[in-house]
Design a protein around this ligand. Structure first.
Ligand code: ADP
Ligand code: MG
Length: 344
């Protein structure tokens, strides 16, 4: 049931505006792939092209061996979940879930049996006869997922399905979706602008910007080795520090090559990799930065240290509060020296 999706050189224009610019992407059978990018980057347009609700100007989309460009949406065998529930308000939960089966000519007994099973799979057993307006937002989204998977589609597309829910419920449903994916083994293409959600859910993430895919990687690889400043900045909080302005007396510049003296070269630094060190800390292979602390903010699980580098950049260093007792942190107005190991 899980299928490979092959997107090649897809272009979609709205008048003079290019919403998708030569997008190519292969999604493996059973893979959970997330399209991540800022608003307007083309995520929904790509998903709608897959579903058949947007008509690309050129390129090809194959599900397995089958070219689906030009095929009508309901003949593509794709399940979809949107941010707004798009459930039929006048039908019961059971009728909503069974609807795609009815469209496909499945008999009543079989429909009811399959609806019952998928409602259990999304943690809503026994809700068949409820009305949609009796359900909470989270329950509606579970029903929407049940309706998208009930006919065993080749692929499932989800466009920001959790973004209307509050944080706690969103995190709960992320874990449920992950488990559901593991059980179903289906190919899922998921859209979000939330980097944490992408890291949590995905086998691989494709970061989009201005109608293009700018990097595809597994979550950890994406986080540790962003291919550009854009990706680094978008996935997780990062500092972009000019190499030339580090107090880098102890850095082995031979390893950096030409970058060492390039005034534009930036170090992409994950704040959790920075150590707060004493004034006299000197060890080979470290970059050092001198800063002045502006503010220290305790937020329960983390402590945020706002500071300004000697070179003028504002930075925020986050510490896990388990490892950062408030007493040990620098105070506002005091100097703070930061060290980064070169291999980090
Ligand atoms: P995302 O889902 O990443 O926020 P979209 O795919 O919805 O982005 O939109 C990408 C770009 O295409 C946006 O700049 C948007 O304004 C434009 N766009 C989307 N749909 C249309 C349309 N029907 N007509 C004109 N422009 C559109
Ligand atoms: Mg969108």
């Amino acid at each position: 049931m899980a299928a490979v999706v092959t997107i090649s050189h897809l272009v979609k224009k709205y008048g003079a505006f290019t919403a998708l610019s030569d997008v190519s992407l292969t999604v493996g059978a059973g893979e959970f792939l997330t399209l991540l990018g800022p608003s307007g980057s083309g995520k929904t347009t790509l998903l709608m092209s897959l579903a058949g609700f947007a008509d690309p100007d050129s390129g090809s989309i194959r599900i397995g061996d089958r070219e689906i460009m030009g095929v009508e949406p309901h003949k593509r065998n794709i399940g979809m979940v949107f941010q707004s529930y798009a459930l039929f308000p006048h039908m019961t939960v059971g009728e909503n879930v069974a609807y795609p089966l009815k469209l496909r000519g499945v008999g009543r007994a079989d429909r009811e049996d399959r609806s019952r099973r998928v409602l259990s799979a999304v943690q809503m057993p026994g809700y068949e006869n409820r009305r949609i307006d009796q359900l909470s937002g989270g329950q509606r989204q579970r029903v929407a997922v049940a309706r998208a998977i009930v006919f065993e589609p080749d692929i499932i597309l989800m466009d920001e399905p959790l973004s209307a829910l509050d944080k706690k419920l969103r995190e709960e449903l992320q874990i449920e979706l992950k488990h559901l994916h593991r059980r179903l083994g289906s190919t899922i293409i998921y859209v979000t602008h939330d980097q944490k959600e992408a890291l949590t859910l995905s086998d691989r993430i494709a970061v989009m910007n201005r109608g293009q895919i700018v990097q595809i990687a597994k979550p950890q690889e994406m986080y540790e080795h962003p291919a550009s400043a854009f990706v680094a900045d978008f996935i997780g909080y990062s500092l972009l520090l000019p190499i030339a302005r580090s107090d880098s007396s102890s850095v082995d510049k031979s390893q950096l090559g030409a970058l060492a003296d390039n005034p534009y070269a930036l170090l992409v630094v994950r704040p959790e990799k920075l150590d707060i060190v004493s004034e006299d800390h000197r060890q080979p292979g470290h970059f050092y930065f001198t800063s002045e602390v502006k503010d220290v903010v305790y937020q329960g699980d983390i402590v945020m240290v706002y500071a300004r580098l000697k070179s003028g950049e504002d930075i925020v260093v986050r510490r896990d509060s388990r490892f950062a007792t408030l007493q040990a942190l620098p105070r506002g107005g005091s100097p703070m020296r930061l060290a980064l190991h070169q291999s980090d």
